[in-house]
Design a binder for this molecule. Sequence first.
Ligand code: P6P
Length: 337
Amino acid sequence: MTKRISLTQYLVEQQREHGHIPAQLRLLIEVVARACKRIAISVNKGALGEVLGTAGSENVQGEVQKKLDIISNEVLIEANVWGGHLAAMASEEMDTIHVVPDRYPQGEFLLLFDPLDGSSNIDVNVSIGTIFSVLRKVNNQRGVSEEDFLQPGKQQAAAGYCVYGPQTTLVLTVGRGVAVFTLDREQGSFVLTAENIQVPEDTKEFAINMSNQRHWDAPVTRYINECLAGKEGPRGKDFNMRWVASMVADVHRILTRGGVFLYPWDKREPDKPGKLRLMYEANPMAYLIEQAGGQATNGHQRIMDMVPTKLHERVSVMLGSKNEVQRVTDYHRESAS
Ligand code: P6P
């Protein structure tokens, strides 16, 4: 029987060895992991917990909120607000930032999250997940505002997700590789089940919502058509396709066996750069993918170099196996020249 270490032991040993996980950051990660365990309990109850269906409200994106979206958001806020490790939080489900109230000490970190990504899959029992990103509050003046959050993804102190699927699995980077922790329900704790994850540089599997094909720009159309042409086409090999419509599930597959994930700009909403959100979807996933040896661009530049102008900014996303992301990015550059 392999001796497995807990998330806490992993964080303590990483800090002892590399000194990159100060106490406040360790507390933050452990509190987020505990919140994900609580979310998993609600998600796993499904119909038994009266948590399915819509909440009768819309979020800042104008999307109908599911009951579990709101429950998950509240769990993350309540779990993190008292610890003294955070100055403020931002969420897909909240229009503005949530500043830690004066009755609690303020910390040096900023936490951003999509509390329950893929919520269109909740009622049909398909994997969903929580995505989180951690920034440092860089200005030391008292008080915190939305501007403090507007930092490029390369400034992230940590990032991760928890996928609520056949297993409940926490995937984390603190800047020295990607580690995977599986929830041991008998112990009630996350235990290390893989580390130093590496995304294969090549792949035969792409993930995109094909129903949008007629709306894509030329470089994406070219890339996907070449994949579809298979062995007889310019790629000289057959490709497989997967689309879970839950970014956490698609990214987890890519971290596990390689692949390329595309949610590009399309003509349906030409004024929006893409559907996915930069700060709490693309940036954390880009950090994980890059730490695992993959690439993440918006078709033109590295996602983690992008300087946000607003909290809920959207972005076009191409991420995964390095050589495939490089190819589709090259097609964009060729098309632009
Ligand atoms: P579509 C879920 O709503 C999400 O934000 C991502 O998790 C997912 O990759 C994407 O949207 C799915 O979008 O248009 O295929 O339903």
